[in-house]
Design a binder for this molecule. Sequence first.
Ligand code: SF4
Length: 370
Amino acid sequence: MKNLFVQFYTHYKHQSKYDLFNGFSDTWDLCKSKGDMIWISWDWQDENIPELNLPFSKGTVYISCFFENHVDAAYKWSEEYPSVDFVIGGPGVIFNEIQSRDNIEYFRCTVEEYFGVNNFSYEWKLEIPQEIENVNMDILRYNYGIKATCYWNKCSYCRLSLVESKRVRPLHNFKNSFKKISRAKEEIIIFYNPSITPDMFKDFLVPLELDESMKIRIYTRPDKKTYMACKTFFPLIKSLHKINFSIAPEFLSQRMLDFMNKGTTIETVTDIIKLYNEYDVEYEVNFIVGWPNLTENDLVHMQNNMSMFTKDILINLFLLKISSEGMGFSSIFPPPDGKRWSPIDECSEETISLNIKLHEKVKIFPNSLR
Ligand code: SF4
């Protein structure tokens, strides 16, 4: 009987940039003690499912699925190997109801819980895919999940609220010193947590130590708690210049913030951005397009409020449908069951054209890098 752990990674076309998607990254040594590990290279936007060549005809394959199309791959492979058991977990599974099959077990708990050990009881000893070990890449990114829950959990479009209770993974005894695992010019660890709490600022970020050319990315909520945490702890964080703060106001008009139940105000978002600028921290801002209820006035507010960004920043644009239903192009997911909110389907001709204008306005924002 054999065990095999499968994890996906992406090499972005035309760039020397690699992404190792999360899943077994922060339980790598636990999994390795249970079986063999393999990486499969797959651009998540590529619809062609890669081959899985199993070295055994009986055994168990554990698959970490970040995107829905990873689940699609697992589903296809389980058909090709009917006498092998497939155990499938990760964000691609947690968020969705999926078709079942006799040789598939979906696990929606943590890897540690699955194997009956304490959460975070193993070291983070991720190894990169052998074939890229000696590549002089520009950027390597990988995720370590540090808690995977949101203390707000009330934004009306957010899928996390549907699965909150299944994703709580409190981290104690944070490992605060990180060594590089690649030859990348820049190695970025994404501390996966939808919204870092003030306690995490104190416990994780203040004592953080990183090797040269390493960076951390964390997700922060654009609210008062975050503002207070930044104000209190920025002066104490010695690796502040190595942290990229990802913040998601999603839209910059108060009417829209209220509409999506974001739990914040334009003033608070502005205060946080001012602090970022004052401390010269690196940050990226996330917005959503695809709203069913936009007005010309919202766009005016959005444009005026963009002036809070006074330096080069990275802006990410997400489609509302993706935020509320997920990424991927899998055919094995049933249609939305009514619990999910995907109002892009409700957009009128007029709101579609306003969303296109919004997209153009954000895109031409002079300081944004993309
Ligand atoms: S969108 Fe972000 S802040 Fe809002 S509930 Fe989801 S994770 Fe929390």
